[in-house]
Design a binder for this molecule. Structure first.
Ligand code: SF4
Length: 256
């Protein structure tokens, strides 16, 4: 069932803000500030993000980057509070962060807030949007404020979502105006045609757009997908210029 964020004009509903190592996608391994917005319009079977099943009354704000000394503050949270926190990090620990990962849930549910927040946050660090790639109308006005976009293509087999090909295609055409990469979660139930259709969609926009094939990664870091299937899926994507197989590395590194 769709889940909606409830935000008011003065602030947005957040789950948390903290500093950690990016565990997936093209920016894997880089230190980022994670700004996690509440709520999502999808309901993936593998969703492992605390707080996306509901809109929390409070959010967690880390006080010292990477030290997990969280405090709770009531939602909604103002832009000024978040900017002030991250500003204290960029001033006190200059150079440790590569960028801000604006994530969720689905952050584009908060498009009206992002149009105000992103220009201010981008004065501090580059912006990386992590999105399920289904809300093209919300993306369009934000493109000038984004440095990187990691968008999902949700395969029905792995995600349990209905087919979203039209939404993903419309989204990718807009996202291609900035630094976009596509992430596709695959598992043992993924069928070849799903990977082939994803690749055809990417190639029709620009075959240089990087594709990350992300084997489903369990909470303990285990990867149920067989090594052979990983190789087969990568071979199916041979028409694209850059195809990487990267699991969710933060899970076996013990990072948030
Ligand atoms: S799109 Fe992401 S946040 Fe939303 S339900 Fe799926 S995995 Fe969870």
């Amino acid at each position: 069932m769709p889940r909606q964020a409830t935000s008011n004009r003065d602030g947005a509903d957040l789950v948390e803000c903290f500093s950690s190592i990016q565990g997936e996608g093209i920016l894997v391994g880089l230190r980022q500030v994670f700004l996690r917005f509440a709520g999502c319009n999808l309901n993936c079977t593998f969703c492992d993000t605390p707080g996306t099943a509901y809109i929390p009354k409070e959010c967690l704000l880390e006080q010292t980057p990477g030290r997990r000394d969280f405090i709770t503050v009531p939602n909604p949270v103002s832009c000024e509070r978040v900017v002030s926190l991250i500003e204290s990090w960029t001033a006190g620990w200059p150079g440790i962060h590569h960028s801000i990962s604006v994530t969720g849930g689905e952050p584009l549910l908060h498009g009206a807030h992002l149009s105000v927040w992103l220009p201010r946050l981008r004065e501090l660090l580059p912006i990386h949007l992590e999105t399920n790639g289904t809300l093209p109308e919300a993306l369009e006005p934000l493109i000038p404020h984004l440095d990187y976009i990691g968008m999902d293509i949700k395969l029905p087999s792995a995600s349990g979502c209905p087919e979203l090909w039209d939404e993903h295609e419309a989204f990718l055409k807009i996202a291609a105006r900035t630094g976009v990469f596509v992430k596709v979660v695959v598992d043992q139930g993924t069928e070849n045609w799903e990977v082939e259709r994803s690749c055809a969609m990417i190639a029709a926009v620009d075959r240089a757009i990087p594709l990350i094939l992300q084997p489903m990664t369990l909470a303990d870091g285990g990867i149920p997908l067989s090594p052979l299937r990983m190789l087969e899926f990568q071979e199916l994507a041979a028409g694209l210029k850059e195809v990487r197989v990267i699991p969710q590395t933060h899970k076996f590194m013990g990072q948030l």
